[in-house]
Write a protein that binds this ligand. Structure first.
Ligand code: UT7
Length: 336
């Protein structure tokens, strides 16, 4: 019997219009374009402005574009997972809010929070539902309004993050293309280095948590950097070995966009050239759950049926992983 796989059959994306440049940041905190470009590799990031605008608004834009491009009606969608660390509110799930805003009424859905690995975890979970035969049209949307938890007085974190969203449609296929394999890992020992101190059940919001600025991202950059460099490369190299993929047969690495130096170290360990790596960190920064699908969205016209692609991420938790997929369609033949 032919094994049913889950294939990505379309990508939609959305980034807000407002561009926060390094020059503007240099007027807000003691930093410079030179420091940010050398240490992180980000030139600018997008910021969602406007009263009442949330993560779900960006997610909904990405999903609407995805439905349009793939000619899918909202009522055909039977599942939607939202990868997110900045949900609109603690409950209900942002997946439910996005479904409502896009008129998706026949789907069940939930949020997946695995730090910057959220999209990778969500894509893996979604592919299992499709492979089992229980669900036929599944949306995985990665969306984050990081500007809602960035402390714009902290020069160590504020240059890194940006806002954005992108979504993929997963459908069953008997063809050789689709999601082939995933390696997902986590180690909670790393949670002390990257987290949000207050706002959850451990430390509900009070005047003092606000005065202590505990509702913003807390990150110890160096330990996170060290773990990210080794773990993202470990699982990417392991994935190549498992499937006999070489630097010649890998078409694309899609790495989480946290730091250009982490991306380059991962590519070096895999023995691949920079032109095999999707990199848009210069323009979008670290959009957390949206980095991987935003890359697929931007590179879609260049993708060809059968391309070997490895996605890799590392994030809060710590969480990390890699996912191998064979691209299922010629990206330049899709409806625009
Ligand atoms: O997506 C989730 C996973 N997150 C990551 O992967 C992030 C991993 N970490 C990193 O990317 C890097 O550690 C950072 C970009 C966060 C920081 O870079 P770094 O090279 O590790 O810098 P550092 O924290 O060691 O700081 C070096 C110096 C310090 O000054 P002193 O103590 O040497 O005088 C900082 O105060 O750079 C200073 N510094 C800055 N200077 C100018 C820190 N931030 C800035 C800044 N502008 N924005």
């Amino acid at each position: 019997m032919t094994k049913i796989k889950a294939a990505i059959t379309g990508v939609g994306g959305y980034v807000p219009e407002y561009i926060l440049t390094n020059d503007e940041l240099s007027r807000m905190v003691d930093t410079s374009d030179e420091w940010i470009m050398t240490r992180i590799g980000i030139k600018e990031r997008r910021i969602l402005k406007g009263e009442g605008k949330a993560t779900s608004d960006m997610g909904a834009e990405a999903v609407k574009q995805l439905l349009h491009k793939t000619g899918t009606k909202p009522e055909e969608i039977d599942m939607i997972i939202c990868a997110v660390v900045t949900p609109d509110m603690l409950f209900p799930a942002t997946a439910n809010i996005i479904a409502d805003k896009t008129n998706i009424r026949n789907a069940f859905g939930y949020d997946m929070n695995a730090g910057c690995s959220s999209f990778l975890y969500a894509l893996t979970a979604a592919s299992k539902f499709v492979e089992s035969g229980s669900h036929k049209k599944v949306i995985v949307v990665g969306a984050d309004k990081m500007s809602s938890i960035v402390d714009y007085t902290d020069r160590a974190t504020c240059p890194i993050f940006g806002d954005g969203a992108a979504a993929v449609l997963l459908e069953p296929t008997p063809a050789p293309e689709g999601v082939m394999d995933a390696i997902l890992q986590s180690d909670g020992v790393g949670r002390i280095h990257l987290h949000q101190k207050a706002g959850g059940s451990l430390k509900p919001p009070t005047h003092s948590t606000i005065d202590a600025r505990e509702h913003y991202i807390y990150q110890e950059g160096q330990p996170v950097f060290k773990w990210a460099v080794s773990k993202m490369a470990d699982v990417s190299v392991e994935m190549m070995e498992r499937h006999g993929i070489t630097s010649d047969t890998l078409n694309w690495l899609v790495p989480h966009q946290a730091n250009m130096r982490i991306i380059e170290a991962t590519a070096n360990r895999m023995g691949i050239r920079k032109d095999q790596v999707m990199i848009n960190i210069q323009r979008f920064g670290n959009t957390t759950s949206a980095t991987l699908p935003l890359c697929l969205w931007e590179w879609e016209p260049q993708l060809r049926k059968g391309d070997n692609i490895i996605l890799a991420a590392f994030g809060a938790g710590f969480t990390w992983g890699s996912l191998y997929l064979k691209w299922a369609y010629d990206g330049d033949k899709i409806l625009k």
